[in-house]
Design a protein around this ligand. Structure first.
Ligand code: PHE
Length: 512
């Protein structure tokens, strides 16, 4: 068997053969005629194909290849041979041999015994019966490794009951010891390509100092630039799906003339989160099961006293045409700090601020930011999420205005078909749940909540009579999951987000 040839020689032999014969019908046979592993020839073939020096057709066949165990034997010899070599003329103890051979000891002992190379005495002694052994199995394994025709033929015969008998023993051993497995392999049939040459010129890739000094750059042939090459990935930002949809929604609000409310207060008082919104102090949403209350600081001291007094009145005994709730309102309850459960707390602050201005001016406000609810986490719920909120305040707004604005807003988001269902919020009357027809799911899905803020909320703030506020809220996660076909919220937000997915979304690309 010839020693492995350097790839330049393999290339030379291949090109010379093609030049003389016009074709190589079977790359495997050619590799074995050169005495090189098919893998090495394949590398050469791929290179020549890229330069269109040759052309190829795949030949898909099944062939026997070595298992990992057998590859090791092919490289380093078989364990039974190592065993015999380890036994001195006077014999050795099993324990000593086991120590010497390690993991393969049992296999080695079994096969050496089968080959009658050893004798095992009654005690612990192992004697060898041969002077030395030739590693014929190793030779055979190498022939399999090189894809030699004859061995492949024999292995094939072994599969057929009619021809099995004539197969020589060593081949049978290969299968019995599970040293070979069948694998789909691709060989090639080769012919000359349009750029065929017998000897490939090495093309220069750079002009070096030596080229300039000797002047031979004038005669050099340069390798073409590969303008299609991908290049190194560059370190740039990636867009998180939530942020992408957030930006789209933000743009819709801006196009519709809304301005953003400051939402940089995750910690809020119960007063702004609930009381200002005419939410009674016994309301179940105020329960610690639904709301995260703060331990430190547990309460706030900064509440507007005048306004607070009015809120207390409206809860206890009503006013502005309302009967109120008729319970004993407690400042302690209003002072409790919490993680805001909705951004409507921010809307309340903004409307109060607006009411303090000397002259009322109509406003359109929006916000998109984080809110917190003490919820059991599942595939559609997290304990924190983002809320989108929009409101318009002006004289004489009606439910018709609300429906019209919602239809405009959601159709810009790609949800033109809406339906509304009467609902209840302590701070809006009337209130409507918003449903949109999902073309993909072929059903109506709930997408938000809306309503007209109650006079019990607006009038204590000091907004002029006749001013109405239409408002709506929705989560950012839900439309994002629908738009981007993500079915588990934990893949969208939080520590389980798959970073590789995000890395597939570069923020911007420089186009050509
Ligand atoms: N705050 C409401 C919620 O948490 C949403 C909403 C906002 C409803 C404004 C009506 C008006 O779902």
């Amino acid at each position: 068997m010839a020693a492995t040839q350097p790839s330049a020689d393999v290339e030379g032999a291949l090109l010379a053969h093609l030049n003389a014969n016009g074709e190589i019908p079977d790359s495997r046979a050619f590799a074995s005629s050169l005495g090189v592993p098919h893998k090495d020839l394949e590398d050469v073939i791929k290179r020549l194909l890229a330069f269109r020096i040759i052309e190829s057709t795949d030949i898909t066949t099944e062939a026997w290849v070595l298992t990992d165990e057998a590859k090791d034997y092919a490289a380093r010899g078989c364990p039974e041979v190592h065993l015999v070599a380890a036994i001195p003329p006077e014999g050795a103890s099993r324990a000593a041999l086991k120590e010497e051979l390690g993991d393969v000891f049992d296999i080695a002992l079994k096969n050496a015994a089968k080959n009658k190379w050893i004798e095992q005495g009654n005690r612990d002694l192992v004697l060898r019966t041969v002077e030395d052994t030739k590693d014929e199995l190793q030779e055979l394994l190498k022939r399999v490794e090189n894809g030699e025709d004859e061995v492949q033929e024999q292995l094939k015969r072994l599969e057929n009951p009619k021809t099995r008998e004539v197969v020589p023993d060593p081949i049978k051993v290969l299968k019995r010891r599970k040293l070979v497995t069948k694998e789909k392999t691709i060989w090639y049939s080769l012919k000359k390509g349009p750029e065929f040459v017998v000897k490939r010129k090495t093309l220069a890739t750079d002009v070096t100092r030596e080229h300039l000094k000797s002047g031979d750059w004038k005669d050099l042939e340069f390798k073409d630039y590969n303008y299609g090459a991908q290049g190194q990935p560059i370190a740039i930002g990636y867009s998180q799906p939530l942020l992408e949809v957030r930006e789209a929604i933000q743009n819709i609000f801006l196009e519709m003339g809304f301005s953003e409310m400051p939402t940089n207060m995750f910690v809020e008082s119960s007063f702004w989160n609930f009381d200002a919104l005419f939410q009674p102090q016994q309301h179940p949403a105020r329960d610690s099961h639904d709301t995260f209350f703060l331990k430190a600081p547990a309460t706030t001291t900064q509440l507007p006293d005048d306004y607070l007094e009015k809120v207390k009145q409206v809860h206890q005994s009503g006013g502005y045409g309302s009967k109120g709730y008729g319970y004993d309102w407690k400042r302690d309850e209003a002072e409790k700090n919490l993680l805001r459960t909705h951004t409507t707390a921010v809307s309340a602050r903004m409307l109060y601020k607006l009411a303090q201005e000397e002259h009322f001016a109509p406003k359109r406000y929006y916000s998109i930011d984080r809110v917190f609810r003490n919820e059991a986490v599942d595939r559609t719920h997290l304990a924190e999420f983002h809320q989108i909120e929009g409101l318009i305040c002006d004289y004489g707004l009606t439910l018709g205005d609300l429906i019209g604005v919602l239809e405009d807003f959601f159709s810009r988001l790609g949800m033109p078909k809406l339906r509304f269902k009467p609902a209840y919020n302590p701070y809006t009357e009337p209130s409507m749940e918003i449903f949109s027809y999902h073309e993909g799911f072929k059903k109506w899905v709930e997408i938000g909540n809306s309503g007209m803020f109650r006079p019990e909320m607006l009038l204590p703030m000091g907004l002029p009579e006749g001013v109405n506020v239409i408002a709506w809220g929705l989560s950012l996660e839900r439309p994002t999951m629908i738009l981007q076909e993500i079915d588990n919220i934990r893949n969208l937000f939080g520590p389980k987000v798959d970073f590789n997915k995000i890395k597939g979304r570069p923020m911007c690309r420089v186009g050509l």
